[in-house]
Design a protein around this ligand. Structure first.
Ligand code: MG
Length: 359
């Protein structure tokens, strides 16, 4: 039995982690959970898994850091959206816990800082995001120097093939119903603007240590191929499975073993066709903003991450329309003065700078 802590247990990923744990009894004991609010969901999780410690996010970063630091904790799932879990992630690395990472912001906002910590404490990070899990799996047994490029696949979101004019009429409800994946509201908006894919490009850049020029995005609406790696000899390895977060979660939790899964598997004959197209970055510029921010480096990726966080919040509160989201991010990309080699404190301070600029 391994002792696991789940940061973000009532979120979409957290709940699916618990489903995987439930499906494989006697492998993990849930010793700690952290959630945003005291909900009935949390109460039933406490009843079922009987964790030793429960933390509410409102108790602050320090209590999250304490939770991951207990000596009896082996592994930590980081699945709290935003940068709330950044300090706790660094703490968990320092304490040499095995990390299962779902929170994109950890690498997007603090990639170099996190990578430095991983090198120093020599521990492994296993990605839970389907795309990064796919790349991780395609790279097994391969020499990274032979990678020509990574091809991140993308469903295209609910407005794939829409024009710029159509996007002005987008309603919130249309954004919140993703065609392929089950997800929370922030990531649903990010998937519709393609900002999510932009963040995944940055995540892959830090996670696999590859230059941005070697990371490409390809629209693949069926969501069957979760990403690909092209090698120097022209061979492309792809990972196919049903679009279900529980599969990459199970892969990470059991790595390097592959136990049977109790869920439905992929039936290619039922799917029949797989299609691909290039992303339309004129209509969905957020994808491009991620590349630009990544090239600039320093605190620029963190700045666009915060700009997006604020813009999505405003959109969900009906303060702006869908098409305003990329405009807000572009404004920050043009005006933020990046700090290079920032500390965690400096990274978190960028949020206030961005908020002031957007007032
Ligand atoms: Mg993803």
């Amino acid at each position: 039995m391994k002792n696991i802590v789940i940061l973000g247990s009532t979120g979409s990923v957290g709940k699916q982690v618990l489903e995987v744990i439930r499906a494989h009894p006697r492998k993990y004991e849930v010793v700690g959970i952290a959630a945003k609010d005291k909900t009935s969901e949390l109460t039933s999780q406490i009843k079922e898994f009987k964790p030793r410690v429960v933390v509410l996010e409102e108790n602050g970063q320090k209590s999250l850091e304490k939770l991951v630091s207990y000596p009896w904790v082996d592994s930590v799932v980081v699945a709290i959206p935003g940068t709330v879990a950044l300090g706790a992630t660094l703490k968990a690395i320092e304490k040499k816990k095995r990390i299962f990472l779902a929170t994109k912001e950890v690498l997007v906002a603090a990639g170099p800082l996190i990578n430095k910590a991983f090198k120093k404490y020599k521990i492994q990070l296993l990605p839970l995001d389907s795309e990064h899990s796919a790349i991780f799996q395609c790279l097994q047994g391969e020499d990274k120097r032979t990678v020509k490029k990574i091809i991140l696949t993308c469903s295209g979101g609910p407005f794939r093939n829409w024009g710029k004019e159509d996007l002005k009429k987008v309603k919130k409800e249309q954004v919140l119903s993703h065609p392929v994946w089950k997800m929370g509201p922030k990531i649903a908006v990010d998937s519709a603007t393609l900002m999510n894919k932009g963040f995944e490009v940055l995540e892959a850049h830090y996670l696999f240590g590859l230059p941005l020029e070697k990371i490409e995005v390809l629209i693949h609406p069926e969501g069957v191929i979760h990403s690909m790696v092209e090698f120097n000899d022209g061979t492309i390895k792809a990972l196919l499975s049903r679009p279900d977060m529980k599969l990459p979660i199970q892969y990470a939790l059991f790595y390097p073993q592959r136990p049977k899964n109790p869920w439905k598997n992929l039936d290619l004959a039922e799917i029949k066709n797989l299609s691909f197209q290039k992303p339309d970055i004129k209509t969905f510029p957020c994808l491009n903003y991620a590349y630009l921010a990544g090239k600039i480096g320093g605190t620029m990726p963190a700045a666009i991450n915060f700009a997006d966080e604020i813009a999505v919040e405003m959109f969900l509160e009906d303060k702006i329309i869908f098409c305003d989201i990329p405009k807000i991010i572009e404004k920050i990309l043009k005006t933020h003065k990046p700090i290079f080699n920032p500390s965690l404190r400096k990274i978190l301070m960028v949020k206030d700078c961005v908020r002031d600029k957007l007032k």
